[in-house]
Design a protein around this ligand. Structure first.
Ligand SMILES: Cc1ncc(COP(=O)(O)O)c(C=O)c1O
Length: 351
C-alpha cells in the first residue's frame, strides 16, 4: 500500500484493539460479533477522526500552519477530535458550528471548551418565505463565510490557518481508513479469523470509502457495509464511489469500483441526522448491559441497531463473522435526552 509516502503525524497508538462480543452474539442469536475499537484513539476522547487527522495535520504542519479551523454541528465529534489533536500539537483551533448556541454546554461542546477551542455559532436561517433547499444552501454559505472571516482574523494576528472540511472527509484524510483496513486484516490473519462483513457508520463517507478501497486493494472478500446516519443510500453511494476513486487517484493505484459494490443501509437513520431513534437507544442499552461497551446515539447506536436488525432478519447468519467498527462519539451520549429517558424508564420498570 502506498500510504507511506504521505506525511503523517503519530497521534495515537495503533493498532486499536479487536475484541470479541460473545454475550451480544448470544443475546441476539446472531453472527460472531467483533468490535474494532477505533473509539480508543486518545486525543480529545478519541474516535475515527484521529486516523484522518494523522494525515491532515501532517499536511497542515508541512504548510506551516499554526491554527486549524473546521466545522460541524453543535455536537460534532469531528470538531472535538480536531480541537483535541490540535491542542496535542500545540496548534490553535477554531470551530464554526452550523447551528445556534445551545442553552446549555454539554457533551462534545463541553469537551471543546475544556480544550480551549475558539467556538463560533452560525444560527440557521429562519426565513419561512424561502424553500427548504434555499435555506439549506444559505446556511452552508453563511458557514463558509464565517470560516473565511475566522481565517482572515487569524491571518491578521500573524497566524497561518489551515481549513479542514466537514468530517475531515477529503482524500488525504481517508488514507487513514485505507490503513485501518490493512491493520484489521493483519489482526484477523494473526488470529486466523475469517470475517465476512465489516460494518461502519456513514456520515460524510470518508471512513467507509477508505475501508472499502483498502479491502478492494487487498483483494479481501470481506464485504464493507455502511449504515447511514445522514442521508438516503442513493445519495451516499455515489459519494462513497467518488471519494474512493479520489483516494485511489491520490495513491496512484488503479481500482475498478462499481456502484453496485457499495452497500449502504439507510433504514436505521430515523427522522434525520442527530435525531435519536428508539431502536438506536435500545441497541445502546443492550450493548452496554451485555458487553460493557458504550455507544453513542448519533452514530454507533444506530449502526448497532442495524447490525441487530440484520441479524434478526437472517441477513447475517449464525455462521457469519461480523466486525463492527466503533467509531467513537460517546461524549454525545451525555447530551442526549432520549437515552436518559430510556434509562429512567428501564429503572422504573425494574422497581
Ligand atoms: C462517531 C462517528 N462515527 C462515524 C462517523 C462517520 O464518519 P464519516 O464522516 O467518515 O462517514 C462520524 C463522523 O463524524 C463520527 O463522529
Amino acid at each position: 500500500m502506498q500510504t507511506g509516502k504521505f506525511p503523517r503525524i503519530k497521534l495515537t497508538d495503533l493498532p486499536t484493539p479487536l475484541e470479541e462480543m460473545p454475550r451480544l452474539t448470544e443475546v441476539i442469536g446472531g453472527p460472531r460479533l467483533l468490535v474494532k475499537r477505533d473509539d480508543l484513539t486518545g486525543a480529545g476522547l478519541g474516535g475515527n477522526k484521529v486516523r484522518k487527522l494523522e494525515f491532515l495535520l501532517a499536511d497542515a504542519r508541512k504548510k506551516g500552519a499554526t491554527a486549524v479551523i473546521t466545522t460541524g454541528g453543535p455536537q460534532t465529534n469531528h470538531g472535538r477530535i480536531t480541537i483535541g489533536t490540535s491542542a496535542k500539537l500545540g496548534m490553535k483551533s477554531s470551530l464554526v458550528v452550523m447551528g445556534a448556541e445551545p442553552p446549555t454546554i454539554s457533551g462534545n461542546l463541553l469537551v471543546d471548551y475544556l480544550m480551549g477551542a475558539d467556538v463560533h455559532f452560525v444560527p440557521p436561517v429562519q426565513d419561512e418565505s424561502m424553500s427548504g433547499y434555499d435555506r439549506w444552501a444559505k446556511d452552508l454559505n453563511n458557514v463558509e463565510n464565517k470560516v473565511e472571516a475566522v481565517a482572515e482574523n487569524l491571518r491578521k494576528k500573524g497566524e497561518i490557518p489551515y481549513i479542514i472540511k466537514l468530517g475531515g472527509t477529503e482524500p488525504l484524510g481517508s488514507l487513514g481508513y485505507v490503513n485501518a483496513a490493512v491493520e484489521l486484516l493483519n489482526q484477523l490473519n494473526e488470529r486466523q479469523i475469517k470475517a465476512d462483513y465489516l460494518v461502519c457508520g456513514i456520515g460524510t463517507g470518508g471512513t467507509m470509502s477508505g475501508l472499502f478501497l483498502g479491502m478492494k486493494l487487498l483483494n479481501s472478500n470481506i464485504k464493507v457495509i455502511g449504515i447511514s446516519v445522514t442521508a438516503k443510500d442513493y445519495m451516499l453511494a455515489p459519494m462513497v464511489l467518488f471519494e474512493s476513486s479520489e483516494v485511489a487517484k491520490l495513491l496512484g493505484v488503479k481500482a475498478e469500483i462499481k456502484e453496485e459494490e457499495v452497500t449502504i443501509y439507510d433504514q436505521y437513520l430515523g427522522q434525520a441526522y442527530g435525531h435519536p431513534t428508539q431502536d438506536g437507544a435500545e441497541a445502546i442499552l443492550l450493548t452496554a448491559r451485555n458487553e460493557g461497551l458504550i455507544l453513542d446515539p448519533v452514530y454507533t447506536g444506530k449502526v448497532m441497531a442495524g447490525i441487530i436488525d440484520l441479524s434478526r432478519k437472517g441477513q447475517f447468519t449464525r455462521e457469519d463473522t461480523v466486525v463492527f467498527v466503533h467509531t467513537g462519539g460517546v461524549p454525545g451520549l451525555f447530551a442526549d435526552e432520549q437515552v436518559k429517558a430510556l434509562v429512567k424508564n428501564s429503572l422504573r420498570n425494574k422497581n
